[in-house]
Design a protein around this ligand. Structure first.
Ligand SMILES: [Zn+2]
Length: 207
């Protein structure tokens, strides 16, 4: 489905292919383009600027039993669809507000990790970084899962600081500890249906 977007830089309109739903079982090629974010990037033919197309889409990976609803600007999912999908057994259902968060959910799930536990990892890592470096901005810095790597399953998180992207590597023991904290706090659960799991979600329980 084509939609017209306006270039953020020159303002010229351009017809861009959009995906109101993404089923990676039906279109396996789309998975890689979601994982690297390129599915949502379009280049302006007038000025060459790279734009990020902003629209609602439902990502569905039947093999991984994962659905992520990208709802920019706090849009609400159609109630009928949201209700029908809640009947799906064993699925992880998430909602996100931007492409970066959609990419992260897919990367986390594909790596065999859980986003709830990773939010706890980020929380612990933010506190440790803020402890080591005298920069209060570190306490609230938005972190993203980047990758899980090596025999030791080292986890790399990325975050912006002072206008630059930084990465921090954490050991898998941090993930194990975070899992332990959550299992000792069984009230810390995703809401039913398409849950929004991010730093604000965790902040309702831990500060
Ligand atoms: Zn342009």
């Amino acid at each position: 489905m084509e939609r017209t977007f306006h270039c953020f830089q020159c303002g010229q309109p351009h017809a861009v292919e959009t995906w109101p739903s993404i089923n990676v079982a039906q279109d396996p090629d789309l998975k890689g383009r979601v994982r690297d974010g390129s599915l949502f990037v379009w280049e302006c033919p007038h000025c060459g600027a790279r734009n990020l197309a902003k629209y609602q889409t439902l990502y569905h990976d039947p093999a991984e039993r994962l659905m992520v609803w990208l709802l920019p600007d706090g849009q609400e999912p159609p109630a009928a669809v949201a209700e029908a999908v809640q009947e799906l057994d064993g699925y992880t259902l998430r909602r996100v507000r931007d492409v970066g968060a959609l990419v992260e959910k897919v990367l986390i799930h594909d790596a065999g990790l859980e986003d709830t536990i990773l939010e706890m990892c980020k929380h612990v890592t933010r506190m440790e970084l803020a402890d080591q470096h005298p920069n209060p901005a570190l306490l609230d810095v938005p972190m993203r899962f980047y990758r899980l790597e090596g025999a030791d399953h080292e986890i790399t998180l990325s975050f912006p600081l002072d206008g630059q992207m930084q990465v921090v590597n954490i050991g898998f023991n941090v993930y194990e500890d975070a899992r332990g904290i959550l299992s000792r706090n069984p009230s810390v659960q995703p809401a039913p249906g398409f849950a929004e799991i991010d730093a604000s979600w965790l902040r309702r329980y831990f500060r």
